[in-house]
Design a protein around this ligand. Structure first.
Ligand code: F6R
Length: 260
């Protein structure tokens, strides 16, 4: 089962997860960090940027993004390559040549998934994968119905996800319809999954992913198949968890030697 940590809010989550990532990069400077985009991981990136400004070095680490929109013009500010550059590469001091984002350009789109899988494989896979969750239950952009064995490939976004992400664009029409996303099978290969969620709007998806049946209808429920998962949520995102009291109890009695 996943370890569920109910924290006060984004800042507390950012500190908790950053402590762990800093510990990893200090032991293994060339670690591979799996990065998500969207609003959810921002408190983690902000805290990691603060640690970097105090001397934590990410220049030898590698980053792999979960997904990318298909067909946005190169350099589009909402392309995930641009978002990762702004939120992760520059503020954390990653070497740009160490940061990988799936190629969503129209050119070789049929083989983009295979190329990304090959790059992941060549770097020995992801040590720690940060995940958000969509209101549809997606992780990465694996919308309901995604195979648990799926690898990086082109997917069609649901209308719900496009509406959710329209806030980053001028209008709903500007949100791409297609994306390239790591598959659920790809995500499950990462050595440690850290799923973050904040706010009431995520409560149903979090409860279904953590406590519901393992089903392709809730792609986030794939995390139940992984041996090392940490779910970090605030009280609002945890509000539909049936066993929230137990998770709080377990946290209060967490053995001192046990990290994340
Ligand atoms: C982003 C990603 C998505 C988001 C999810 C939540 O790379 O893969 O699964 O994590 O859509 O988005 P936010 O955090 O904006 O609520």
């Amino acid at each position: 089962m996943a370890e569920v940590l109910i924290v006060e809010g984004g800042e507390a989550a950012g500190r908790l997860v950053s402590d762990h990532i800093v510990g990893l990069v200090q032991i293994r400077p060339d670690m591979v960090l799996g990065v998500a985009t969207g609003s959810t991981p921002l408190p983690v990136y902000r805290e990691l940027a603060r640690r970097h400004s105090r001397g934590v070095d990410f220049s030898r680490a590698w980053a792999f993004a979960l997904d990318e929109y298909v067909g946005l013009p190169e350099g589009h500010p909402q392309s995930y390559r641009a978002v990762i550059d702004r939120e992760v590469t520059v503020p954390l001091g990653f070497d740009r040549s160490h940061v990988n984002v799936p190629d969503g350009g129209d050119g070789d789109i049929e083989t983009t998934g295979e190329r990304y899988e090959a790059a992941l494989h060549a770097h020995g896979g992801v040590d720690l994968q940060l995940l958000g969750i969509g209101t549809t239950g997606h992780i990465g952009f694996n919308e309901p119905g995604s195979s648990f064995a799926s690898l990086t490939r082109v997917k069609t976004l649901t209308e719900q996800t496009r509406a959710d992400n329209a806030r980053f664009f001028d209008s709903l029409e500007d949100v791409p319809i297609h994306c390239v996303t790591q598959g659920l099978g790809t995500i499950l290969r990462a050595r440690h999954l850290v799923l973050l969620a904040f706010g009431e709007a995520k409560a149903t998806a979090v409860a279904a992913a953590v406590e519901g049946p393992v089903t392709a209808s809730v792609p986030g429920s794939a995390i139940q198949l992984h041996p090392h998962v940490t779910v970090v949520v605030d009280g609002a995102a945890a509000s539909r968890l049936e066993h929230a009291d137990y998770y709080r109890w377990a946290r209060d009695h967490k053995p001192a030697w046990q990290g994340l």
